[in-house]
Ligand binder design. Sequence first.
Ligand code: COA
Ligand code: MG
Length: 291
Amino acid sequence: MRARRAVLYMPGDDERKIRKATTLDADCVCLDMEDGVALSRKDEARGLIPEMLRELDFGRSERLARINPVGSGMEADDLRAALEGRPDGIVIPKVETGDAIRWASAQIGERERAMGWPHGGICIIVLVETALGIVNLKEIAGSDPRLQALIFGAEDLAGDIGAVRTREAWEVFYARSAVVTHAAAFDLQAIDMVYIDYKDGEGMVREAQEAARMGYAGKQVIHPNQIAPAQEAFTPDDAAIAHALRVMNAMREHQAAGKGAFSLDGKMIDMPLVKAAERVLARARAAGRVD
Ligand code: COA
Ligand code: MG
């Protein structure tokens, strides 16, 4: 799976920011039609996004477009507009059912057929950020083969459950943990919440490192100065990669000798730790750090 260590949002009606995004080297850029765009500006975003997607070269960045929620009444126009730009993926916010994803997937499939694009080439990524969405995670995560990642939205969730957001984020911890667990169970990536205080670089890095330790593969970001620190936080460091490689090598030797559990540096290693090492290496590979 591709690296999605930083997913940078920008309002889809803001040409200056969209052009800027082509120079920022983010793993993913997400041209927004939802909360980042005023109600009176949705049509501007629907016109500008396909134009920008066709015209600009975003380099190695994955090109995503976020539509309004399925059921908002805006989703069909948004999706039609986004697909005119042939994005790499569609982001759907406030998802609460598998039906919402299957609806979008069917629309995308029709467009792929009509245009002669490869079937399944355009992926879906969803935000789970309401109480009902969290309760329905299992159904959401298993809903459609186009689905590649689950994004956790803390601000909307806090609003929905009546929680007050704090720096420690314990008020959303159950949901944050549930999203990453369901993602792993269904072989999807998990992408962490936004750190809205974008001038507090230290706080953002602390939260990103915490997310990485929880198993998250990346983080949503809203400002250029959050991209590099987020991508760094979700890239295994040299020591972690070296340790993972030693675990894998030692495991192969001990398996050949008929031993399951063994000792490395005075610590017990068995299958769960080997799996953790495999995950570190998969992430390092996606980030281009190992072959
Ligand atoms: N994407 C691309 N470029 C961005 C950007 C973003 N998300 N945020 C800021 N920039 C650009 C600015 O245009 C500016 O470029 P310039 O010097 O060429 O004009 C530069 O980065 C520095 O920006 P800065 O002045 O520090 O921020 P700002 O006051 O222009 O904007 C925000 C602050 C929060 C409004 C802006 O970062 C933003 O719009 N973020 C995304 C919001 C969003 O999409 N929310 C919905 C999803 S949660
Ligand atoms: Mg939101």
